[in-house]
Design a binder for this molecule. Structure first.
Ligand code: ADP
Ligand code: MG
Length: 344
């Protein structure tokens, strides 16, 4: 048998690419929200039905998309965020690969409605997996963009099988919203599930408003037991809230860590935090914290992984010792009598 080489159809290529970007409803919500933020939105409204499996709708008040650009928005490798390789060096947006909308629309029924001005008039494109031919039509819309995603994986049953219960999928979406809410206090965010309000977070960047939001996201008990910290040393700054050891958790569900405003998971960070809490937490208990590390962008690489949850520090040792030292000292302050150790 002679196997011929063939070009993949655009739809199939997108569906394969979607495997990396669109793992579950929460990854769709994350991509849509990042697009809204990249468009300068200050208000995000998220509507979810049935754990997102049936429907996810994100409405923003960002700068919108030009009518002529709408079909391109759904095309693969199409982005307004970089134009040349040099742009990658200084990319300041959350997205830039031009993959998300193409991927999502290849495995769901997607419509995107947008307007650039306050005329109340806008345009809508929709695509339904099948042919990737976007349909364009006029539609009423205030300045901003609404992306409506229905029937995730309707045309990829194998992927659909991997979805968990609606409750589990919704909890992942909720986690995504919470993680974002704690990184952008200046943006108001609402979340509804099956028509019921889950979060309604107002924007505000003062300490009082920030603490109100942390309490809304992490629960009032967290805030009542939290120590506010703000430490600066050797070009590194660590600020935020750490729960006293008495407020430990059976799960690692209240752990938020941001590096230069980006939510990340990192071994250096987890290790430093775990060690700082090591002698004050019972075995099997998890600390709760909302922490922000700020450092020179040149000393951290955030594009190790496409989903950008991972980072690579140029000097991991320095970061580790700074985190451990700062947290250990903050925790030592609340348990007088306990010996303070060095940071080595
Ligand atoms: P990327 O974010 O990597 O550029 P996407 O597929 O997520 O790729 O989006 C493609 C393009 O569509 C973006 O570059 C942007 O120009 C436009 N876009 C997507 N969502 C929005 C939005 N909510 N508001 C304004 N423009 C958007
Ligand atoms: Mg994007």
């Amino acid at each position: 048998m002679h196997e011929r080489i063939q070009q993949l159809s655009p739809r199939l290529a997108n569906q394969i690419a979607a495997g990396e970007v669109v793992e579950r409803p929460a990854s769709v919500v994350k991509e849509l929200l990042e697009n809204s933020l990249d468009a300068g939105a200050t208000r995000l409204e998220v509507d979810i039905d049935n754990g997102g499996i049936k429907r996810m709708k994100v409405h923003d008040n960002g700068k919108g998309i030009e009518r002529e650009d709408l079909p391109m928005a759904l095309a693969r490798h199409a982005t307004s965020k970089i134009h040349a390789l040099e742009d990658l060096e200084a990319v300041a947006t959350l997205g830039f690969r031009g993959e998300a909308l193409a991927s999502i629309s290849s495995v769901a029924r997607l419509s995107l409605t947008s307007s650039r001005d306050e005329s109340g008039k806008g345009w809508q494109v929709s695509a339904e997996g099948r042919d990737m031919q976007a349909q364009l039509a006029p539609a009423a819309h205030p300045r901003g963009t609404t992306v409506d995603v229905r029937d995730l994986f309707f045309n990829t049953p194998a992927r659909r099988k991997f979805l968990r219960t609606e409750k589990t999928e919704f909890n992942r979406i909720d986690d995504t919203i919470k993680r974002l809410a704690l990184s952008r206090f200046d943006v108001s965010i609402s979340l509804r599930h099956n028509g019921k309000g889950v979060h309604n977070l107002r924007a505000g960047s003062g300490r009082v408003e920030m603490e109100r939001r942390v309490a809304q996201v992490c629960g009032p008990a967290f805030m009542q037991n939290a120590l506010h910290i703000d430490v600066e040393r050797s070009g590194l700054r660590l600020w935020g809230w750490v729960a006293e050891p008495a407020f430990s958790r059976s799960q690692a569900d209240l752990q938020f860590f941001y590096v230069n405003g980006r939510a990340i998971r990192d071994k250096v960070v987890s290790h430093a935090v775990r060690r700082a809490y090591a002698d004050v937490l019972y075995h099997g208990r998890h600390p709760a914290f909302v922490l922000y590390l700020e450092l020179d962008p040149a000393s951290v690489d955030v594009n190790v992984h496409p989903t950008k949850h991972e980072v690579r520090f140029r000097d991991g040792r320095l970061v580790h010792d700074f985190l451990f030292g700062s947290l250990h000292r903050a925790l030592a302050d609340v348990r007088p009598g306990q010996r303070e150790e060095g940071t080595a």
